[in-house]
Write a protein that binds this ligand. Structure first.
Ligand SMILES: Cc1ncc(COP(=O)(O)O)c(C=O)c1O
Length: 424
């Protein structure tokens, strides 16, 4: 029976039982963590071959004879560019391969736009007074942190099951010239696992921004991170060209959750004009990124097809973890109507919506019981979830046994918070 339909005395008795259970769990002194989307150690081990993929014996030259130990080649060695080009569905000349973090590329791209403007833009973003970004919510906290740091005002855009609400996006972008960008995680979005539909991608490609210097920050962090077989996304790069909008998308990805999260390689892809503008100032910032690591990855994987095949190994490890969480939610939370949640087919997160006004309380209760969650509000600009209902669940890091314990505690906390709310 749904908690919201229970009589007060009935719910009150139940709440006492939940509290007793909670005290029992607290006495166990658990230390469980479902807060950050990190790969587990077993996933990292999958690509340990990388550690020996380049040596003095195997040689340090790229296929074109370039000595990867030396300076040079700002935008990456050709074989690494090729792999990312094929993964993102763009020509190799439109790719820049970076260091270990795509977040770093995103931060730098926004900094450059603030300081120097974007290709074809008249003024730097930073010299235009108040500028704004659209932020589909819930979303990735670190995207929002970049905007907050740069003083870019953020506007929440609701997510639908097909991606951001495009009516809202079009209305804002096409009427307000101070809106300069939007953050998108188009495949297995962090945190709700949403995959943008073909129609959504097409509508992005066809936008008619009021601001000439508007850009779509297309963070395809989970481009090959399918749990149930690889399914490609509609190609924004190609579609944007069809609409004469080739300068709109700036795409990002990395191997952080393909190889080693702390020592992978990243990439950005964009129109030739965008890439030329980026390279101009990037070439002042650095002589080049770590080409030995690019060579390691290129040698280890060979091509994009092998990367996609490799992701099946990650999926085999991650699937049972996602399923353990989803099964527990289904069993514990569904019959009592105290939460709804996403059922992602890939990526790293599950988005849990508890009873409105209860997310912070669930977070606090879980913390008290020894389970660390991502703080409530984190997936929203300024850390403010207007409904205080969303929690981002990261099932990847703990082993399945620990995860089951953590989810049991989480479900208990969700029930307690809901009962408190209905009793109040
Ligand atoms: C959507 C999204 N983008 C980017 C990143 C970080 O990527 P990188 O490790 O390449 O900096 C993450 C990590 O969780 C993410 O979820």
């Amino acid at each position: 029976m749904y908690y919201c339909e229970m009589k007060k005395e009935e719910l009150s008795a139940l709440y006492s039982e939940l509290c007793a259970k909670f005290e029992e769990i607290k006495s166990k002194g658990l230390k469980l963590d479902m807060s950050r989307g990190k790969p587990g150690a077993d996933q990292l081990c999958l690509t340990d071959g990388l550690l020996t993929a380049v040596s003095a014996e195997s040689g340090v030259k790229a296929a074109n004879g370039l000595d990867c130990r030396n300076y040079g080649v700002l935008d990456g060695i050709p074989e690494a560019k090729q792999i990312f080009a094929d993964i993102l569905g763009v020509p190799t000349e439109n790719v820049i391969v970076g260091g270990s973090s795509s977040l770093n590329l995103m931060y730098d791209e926004i900094s450059r736009a603030m300081l120097f403007g974007v290709a074809g833009g008249e003024k730097p973003w930073g010299a235009q007074g108040k500028i704004k970004f659209l932020c589909p919510v819930p979303g990735y906290d670190r995207h929002f942190a970049i905007c907050e740091l740069m003083g870019i005002e953020m506007i929440n855009v609701p997510m639908t099951e097909n991606g951001p609400d495009m009516d809202v996006v079009e209305r804002y972008v096409e009427s307000d010239g101070s809106i300069k960008g939007i953050w998108c995680v188009p495949k297995y979005a962090n945190p709700d696992g949403c995959v943008y539909s073909d129609e959504t991608v097409r509508r992005f490609a066809a936008l008619k921004p009021k601001a000439k210097d508007f850009r779509i920050f297309w963070d395809n962090a989970y481009v090959v991170h399918d749990l149930y077989g690889y399914k490609p996304l509609a190609n924004l790069f190609e579609l944007a060209k069809e609409y004469g909008n080739e300068n709109l998308p700036i795409m990002f990805t990395s191997t952080s959750k393909i190889s080693h999260a702390g020592s992978g390689i990243s990439a950005m892809a964009a129109s030739s004009a965008n890439i030329a503008k980026t390279k101009k100032s990037m070439g002042i910032q650095t002589i080049g990124f770590d080409k030995i690591n690019q060579l390691r990855h290129a040698r280890y994987f060979g091509n994009a097809e092998n990367v996609i095949k490799h992701m099946e190994k990650h999926a085999d490890i991650l699937r049972p973890k996602f399923e353990a969480v989803l099964t527990a939610f289904e069993k514990e939370l569904k019959p009592i109507g105290v939460a709804t949640w996403s059922k992602p087919k890939g990526g790293y997160f599950i988005s849990l919506n508890v009873v409105k006004g209860c997310a912070k309380r669930v977070y606090e209760l879980a913390k008290e019981a020894g389970v660390t969650l991502t703080p409530a509000g984190a997936p929203y600009p300024y850390g403010i979830d207007p409904e205080d209902e969303n929690l981002r669940i990261a099932p990847s890091f703990p082993p399945v046994s620990e995860l089951s314990d953590a989810v049991a505690v989480l479900c208990l906390c969700v029930k307690m918070a809901a009962a408190e709310k209905y009793l109040a």
